[in-house]
Design a protein around this ligand. Structure first.
Ligand SMILES: [Zn+2]
Ligand SMILES: [Zn+2]
Length: 155
C-alpha cells in the first residue's frame, strides 16, 4: 500500500515525509534497539530511502555497529532511524509518526531478547489521562504538534 505519512522528533527540528509503500511494520525486541531508544522495544517501519525525504533538519547519525547507523535528533534526542550501511531502505520509529495509529506492528523480531514481562503489559491496571486539554494548554508544551508547521517554534 502506498502511504503518505509524516512525522518527526519531539522538538520539531527534524521532520520527514514518506510517499511510497511501507515494506515492514514491526516491533524489535533486540538489546541494541532497547538501548538505542531507551525503552523495552522499538516499534518501527521500513521504507525505501527514495520514497522519503527529510523536510526539516536531518538526524544526527550514530554508528551503532559495523553494519548500521542510527539517527536521532541532536536537539531533543528523539530516536528516529536505523539504516544498514549502504542500504537503499531505512527503518523509522512508529512513535515519531504524526499519526502512529496508522502503522500497527504486525510482527515481532528478536523475540528471544524480549522482556520476560512483555505479555503482561496489556493487563496492567489503568488510569485515564490525568490532564484536561485546558491543563495541557496551561503547561504550554514545547513538543512539536502532530502536523507540519511553517515556522517552529511558533511565534
Ligand atoms: Zn528534536
Ligand atoms: Zn533491534
Amino acid at each position: 500500500m502506498t502511504e503518505t505519512l509524516s512525522g518527526g522528533c519531539q522538538c520539531g527540528a527534524v521532520r520527514y515525509v514518506i510517499r511510497g509503500p511501507v515494506s515492514d511494520q514491526a516491533i524489535c525486541h533486540c538489546r541494541m534497539c532497547q538501548k538505542a531508544v531507551g525503552s523495552i522495544a522499538w516499534p518501527f517501519f521500513t521504507v525505501k530511502a527514495a520514497d522519503m525525504a527529510w523536510t526539516r533538519g536531518r538526524p544526527t547519525l550514530y554508528r551503532s555497529s559495523e553494519a548500521a547507523e542510527r539517527g536521532f535528533c541532536l536537539a531533543c534526542g528523539t530516536p528516529l532511524s536505523f539504516q544498514p550501511i549502504g542500504a537503499d531502505a531505512l527503518d523509522l520509529s512508529i512513535g515519531s509518526l504524526d499519526d502512529p495509529t496508522r502503522l500497527p506492528p504486525d510482527k515481532q523480531y528478536w523475540a528471544g531478547q524480549r522482556m520476560p514481562w512483555f505479555h503482561t503489559l496489556a493487563d496492567l491496571p489503568e488510569t485515564p489521562s490525568s490532564a484536561s486539554p485546558e491543563d495541557i494548554e496551561r503547561r504550554r508544551p514545547y513538543q512539536h504538534p502532530d502536523h507540519d508547521t511553517e515556522v517552529w517554534p511558533s511565534p
